[in-house]
Design a protein around this ligand. Structure first.
Ligand code: 5SP
Ligand code: FE2
Length: 237
């Protein structure tokens, strides 16, 4: 799916979008892995940016995004697990990030950062850790373009899905419906496979981020197709 198509589609889609998480790709073959998942039907690319402070891990930053931006027209979904994420707005805009998603726990001025990201032409997302209550993001639901619900504690790939996060997805979808914004995408991130993917889609998710499940497969086309075959619940169900 091309960069400029994906957000216009949320009011019409009947299946979730699939965002392979590059954290589980082979960093020595990043371009080959990106080309592979693109050819096999990935809708977005999910970038886990970590600073060693907000989470106890370090990954990649704008230079790596820039290097791959030249090779693909996929939508770049940037998940910032960093403190003070607003410092990085320009840097990620300049290298071609499409969505800038910050953690509510990382920024007491999250609303300012969201408005700034949008004014720079990026989609703005808000993310919350498993133990952060949904209420913490409620005021922002009026204005965000994307909600990223963590279904593991952020920092690492390959962790087990936390099942009670499904209730949070359902609560956030209900809040969005009540606000008259039913098509705002909810993305779920952590421990996603065909089974957990189905569960979160039933709860209201419309984007599935998957690292280990996609990049750990011999043929990445199989997990991508399995996630894309999950039907979205019909409206009014
Ligand atoms: O943001 C994160 C981890 O902090 C994720 O995007 C992971 O990369 C998902 O990996 P899997 O749980 O699917 O292996
Ligand atoms: Fe992520």
């Amino acid at each position: 799916m091309k960069r400029d198509e994906s957000f216009a589609l949320f009011a019409q889609i009947d299946r979730p979008l699939v965002a392979p998480s590059l954290l589980s790709a082979d960093f020595a073959r990043l371009l080959e892995d990106v080309r592979d998942v693109e050819a096999k039907g990935a809708d977005w690319l999910h970038w886990d940016v970590m600073d060693g402070h907000f989470v106890p891990n370090l990954t990649f930053g704008p230079p790596v995004v820039k290097a791959l931006r030249r090779h693909t027209d996929l939508f770049f979904d940037v998940h910032l697990m960093v403190e003070a994420p607003q410092r990085l707005l320009e840097a990620f805009r300049d290298v071609g990030a499409d969505a800038f998603t910050l953690h509510i726990e990382a920024d007491p001025h999250a609303h300012r950062a969201i408005k700034a990201a949008q004014s720079m032409g990026m989609k703005a997302g808000i993310s919350l850790n498993p133990s952060t209550p949904c209420e913490a993001i409620r005021p922002l639901l009026h204005e965000v373009d994307l909600v990223l619900v963590m279904s593991v504690n952020p920092g690492f790939g390959g962790q087990a899905f936390i099942p009670w996060v499904k209730d949070k997805v359902a609560r956030i979808r209900k809040m969005l419906v009540e606000l008259g914004r039913p098509h705002v995408p909810i993305s779920v991130d952590g421990g996603i496979n065909a089974e957990t993917g189905r569960e979160v889609v039933e709860a209201g998710a419309t984007v599935l981020v998957a690292g280990t499940y996609v990049f750990g497969a011999k043929d990445r086309g199989e997990p991508i197709a399995a996630l894309k075959s999950i039907p979205l619940p019909r409206e009014g169900k």
